[in-house]
Design a protein around this ligand. Sequence first.
Ligand code: T1G
Length: 704
Amino acid sequence: MSIVNYEVRDNIAIITLNSPPVNGLGHPLRTAIVDSLDNAAADDSVKAVVIASAQKIFCGGADISEFSNPKLAMAEPHLPGVIAKMETFDKPIVAAINGMALGGGLELTLGAHYRIAEPKAKVGLPEVNLGILPGGGGTQRVPRLAGVELALQMMTSGAPIPVAKAHKAGLIDRISEGNLIDDAVEYAAELADNGAELRNCHSIEVDTSNLPENFFIEFRQSIARKSRGFYAPERIVQCVEAALELPLADGLKREQQLFSECLATPQARAQQHLFFAERAATKVPGVDPKTPTRDVKKVAIIGSGTMGGGIAMNFMNAGIPVVMLDLNGEALGKGIAVIRKNYEISAKKGRLTAEKVEHLMSLLSGTTSYDDLGDVDLVIEAVFEKMAVKHAVFKELDRVCKTGCILASNTSTLNIDEIAAVTSRPQDVLGLHFFSPANVMRLLEIVRCEKTADDALVTCIKLAQAIRKVPVIVGVCFGFVGNRMLEPYSREGMRLLLEGATPTQIDKALYGFGFAMGLCAMGDMAGLDVGYFVRESRREFIEHDKSYCALGDKLAELGRYGQKTARGLYLYEGREQKEDPEVIELATQIAADLDIERREISDQEIVERMVFMMINEGALILEEGKANRSSDCDLIYGNGYGFPWWRGGPMQYADEIGLESVLNAINKYRSELGEYGEMWFKPAPVLEQLVASGKKFRQYKISV
Ligand code: T1G
């Protein structure tokens, strides 16, 4: 099967891209397009050309997998060359857009003289999500065709826009209400017969008449917070500034220069790593992704609290009916009311209509009786984090749920194999660990238990994608992957407070590294009582280290839980956060009691001890097979813990700086920190093995 089909119909050459899955504009496809254009040029019977797609989308852009081989990515005919050939073609070219035209896919259409699209299609320039910028002329042509503001919004957000908006802005010339290809052929013939102008952007200048005087200063300010630490957004703005100042040919050169700069950054590697990580995460070694899935037409949520309500909204938003169970009728009523209130707030912000709110609420029912759960296909329990409570719930579910119903726990700390063991159907039991707020956070850890059936697992993977989550499969261990890697990170942070660092210093060092929020602020937000409660169940694990979270325990015992009590690791006056001398005094006192010498701590030590021990835990997790690949750990940290996205996750960051530097630092602290170092700074064997073999985490394959 050719990756480009070429046919001539009524003197119109139709070039149909057919390179599954997304017509990625790799070297082979670019070459085939040029060959087809040459055929059309040489055929005197051809009076115009249509470029279309046989795939479900027009084109997903450049072939990202080529980026690791820049020679191939820029091999002739490179994309700018193909587009230049189109815009100087001496017969009208019409691009027929179906589904989506993204990145280089949209840029390819801008080389055509005219564009027609189906009504539901979308166009976008998502390159910024890959740490780069539109390198096929998008930064120069879109401002000329659609204006500076829309161009910058599309390129710095990376979000696609509906063709109706693109049509209104001048990016698209026609919307096809019938058969797209037929309409495109008709349009092309009309253009040829009417001698229509062979439009291209060389003759168009950017319209700045409505541009406010300080537009670029204000635009940079408007994206400053979101683009903190990222390299590409600023270069995108510089490209658009060039579009205002330079003729197209020179602007394209400037774009190429800045594109190459972005492509060479570790950030681009990191963000492309996460792009492929999200797709790899759904592939489970030893499990056929084509395993037939179970039907999930109705979902039950056990527990009407914050988590239960948030989880329920995910399914309601996807149009899946939900029955919420709470044995306490009053709590159930409150839980349902909170869900309605959340939707009404969205309606007030114009994100939902009143009718949509009613429709969504019509998908939700409530009950106080397990006997009403006989027809559900999936149950997710979100009840109190006590094993006895979970056991009681799963025994009831085992009693009332139909055969094949998947029984999931949202627990974040308990052993789900032990939960499965109280049922007669362990093959139907797994974990679905949502992150709060459950209706907002995209990360979903799917906990595969010892006996979880493959079809139950694959069903939940596909269901997770259907409710717009990022599913990552993890194994049963304390904290699974996310919270387990967070444990040494938190332990080191709390220990550093005893050794002389302050909450402000720790949080500033981590913010400077790129975290959205530092450990201390995060602890105060989540509640120091939560951590205290979790540690209660693990006292035996930490009894050998009296300093383990000693300050956190002390603050919790004093009722200083953080934001909710206006005092925790910081003092809070309204939303304002302040250092609290009392906390420093408490830390000093505990250090004295434990013979911990206080000293000046560098930011580098803070970041290395916290982040490298998180990485070390990730290595142990890989060794135990609790994650299928290192990029799964990265996906969890990028989506659930505010790890800087432009660093690609903890394991990618380690690969980027070199595993040897991580190992050397761990060994350094092991020797420098005396008994404490000996106790906690044990390098993971996998880390030592990879350093010895000169390999990276991304090359580590778990044994199936
Ligand atoms: N290159 C290579 N592979 C790609 C790809 C791409 N552009 N897009 C998708 N794939 C693979 C993906 O890895 C997966 O592979 C399969 O296709 C299905 O993808 C010069 C330089 C298009 C909206 O950033 O957003 O153009 O796992 O599961 O849910 O200016 O893919 O099956 O082996 O995501 O239907 C800019 C990225 C590139 C778009 C389809 N374009 N892709 O979503 O399928 S840079 C993008 C997507 C560029 C130019 C610059 C989505 C999609 P596998 P999928 P989907």
